[in-house]
Design a protein around this ligand. Structure first.
Ligand SMILES: NC(=O)c1ccc[n+]([C@@H]2O[C@H](COP(=O)([O-])OP(=O)(O)OC[C@H]3O[C@@H](n4cnc5c(N)ncnc54)[C@H](O)[C@@H]3O)[C@@H](O)[C@H]2O)c1
Length: 278
């Protein structure tokens, strides 16, 4: 029971990593406040947590909208109490079919050229195809969302006198890169920088801020990867497979718990060895 007596606000809690983190926190005795832009899936997560801990609740929270974030924190104050742990996890990938088709066809052409001619001749041009709206949405959900929630959590943690933990979901794409998603890479890189800056700022009142930078983890986020893509990723990963949500949740439990008491401003990267430097 590493998190007994703690309360946790988790974003993007209706699916994948967010849901698994909520469940792992509940198993460790935390009160979990599961939030998501999708109210129904957040409620499902809270119901799963309620079987493991007391005090699980949920709320709708669109992290891209500061008013929605504000009202979700107010709801947490009323229902669960203060916040000891914030997990900024909500995220998206591109879903525009024309854009995705472009990326897929370019990548297929480049693979063929590499195999037959030993070099790439087809230019990716993905940055040129990202519209203002696409870029804005990507940054808004990942980076602004992390900022909005952190801005709500820090004064509450300071006022409690108990300190706290903030865990930001980065990605190996914040330091390495991924063809076809320059805006995703930019958002994740900015989150890692924001992690370090807020860690320095909040240390004086006992709030430790760290990031998790997962490699490829099998969740609904990988909807654009077919089986062949996943096999290719597994083949490039020294540990020979994609990760599981539980393998990210265990890193979150560590960063939220007593074992991480001397860690702040750091990035923990469970990635199977596909990327070995942060
Ligand atoms: N799965 C991976 O391979 C992987 C790797 C590295 C980083 N990540 C990051 O982990 C985080 C979680 O991803 P996942 O794999 O669990 O994806 P997922 O698609 O399974 O879950 C994402 C959740 O975020 C929610 N969400 C989307 N927009 C939102 C918004 N505006 N406000 C609140 N919630 C919103 C969705 O409803 C969903 O429940 C993301 O930040 C993602 O970038 C995932």
């Amino acid at each position: 029971m590493q998190l007994a007596g703690k309360t946790a606000f988790v974003t993007g809690a209706g699916s994948g990593l967010g849901r698994e983190i909520c469940i792992a926190f509940a198993r460790e005795g935390a009160k979990v406040f599961a939030t998501d832009v999708n109210a129904a899936t957040a409620a499902e997560t809270a119901a799963a947590c309620a079987k493991l801990t007391t005090g699980a609740a949920s709320a709708v929270c669109d992290v891209a909208d500061s008013a929605s974030v504000k009202s979700a924190f107010a709801r947490m104050d009323e229902t669960v109490g203060g916040v000891d742990v914030l997990v900024n996890n909500a995220g998206i990938v591109h879903s525009d079919p024309a854009y995705l088709e472009h990326v897929k066809s370019i990548q297929a052409a480049q693979v063929m050229e590499m195999m037959t001619e030993g070099r790439v001749k087809t230019h990716a041009r993905t940055t040129e195809l990202i519209t203002d709206e696409m870029f804005d949405r990507m940054l808004r959900i990942h980076l602004y969302g992390t900022f909005y929630c952190t801005r709500e959590a820090l004064p509450r943690m300071r006022a409690s006198g108990r300190g706290g933990r903030v865990i930001n979901m980065g990605s190996i794409m914040g330091t390495a890169s991924l063809g076809g998603a320059p805006d995703y890479c930019a958002a994740k890189g900015a989150i890692l920088a924001f992690t370090r800056a807020t860690a320095r700022e909040a240390a004086s009142y006992g709030v430790l801020v760290n990031a998790i930078a997962p490699g490829f983890i099998d969740t609904p986020l990988l909807v654009n990867f077919d089986d062949a893509n996943k096999q290719l990723i597994a083949a490039q990963t020294p540990l020979g497979r994609l990760g599981t949500p539980a393998e990210i949740a265990s890193a979150a439990v560590f960063l939220a718990g007593p074992g991480a008491s001397f860690m702040t401003g750091q990035t923990v990267s469970p990635n199977g060895g596909i990327y070995m430097s942060q």
